[in-house]
Design a protein around this ligand. Sequence first.
Ligand SMILES: [Zn+2]
Length: 153
Amino acid sequence: MSVTGGCQCGAVRYRAESLGRASICHCRMCQKAFGSFFGPLVAARGLVWTRGEPARFASSNKVERGFCAGCGTPLTYDYGGDAVEVAIGTLDEPGRAAPVIQLNPADKLPFYDTLHALPWREANPSSEAFLSSVASNQHPDHDTNRWPPEALK
Ligand SMILES: [Zn+2]
């Protein structure tokens, strides 16, 4: 079953034949590239670009990282191996890529192990009002024939 995904603005979309190993990488380079606590990546076999293409940055002599030049979404990690890896959050169905391994524990952030135990913010009238007033400009989680729609131009 093929998988699809893309960046938040919709300028770059991809399709892959299947997914391979999913991982989270704690290395400092992934933290910086994703602007996050770790890099969530999954091997994408048979990856093709169905709309646009990512810009690329050689984050080292070994790896090129692809991202949308229009909206900045991190998209790919390419180390020249069998399959380019894609950022799990860019999949239309990220729940299909459950990580099975963690990489580079030496750079793991000190608070990472306790994140799951953080308290949840209580729902309140102002947060609910804010959420209900949000009108997303992000591309939807499926392919579209035309993008952006007229309303966003
Ligand atoms: Zn984009």
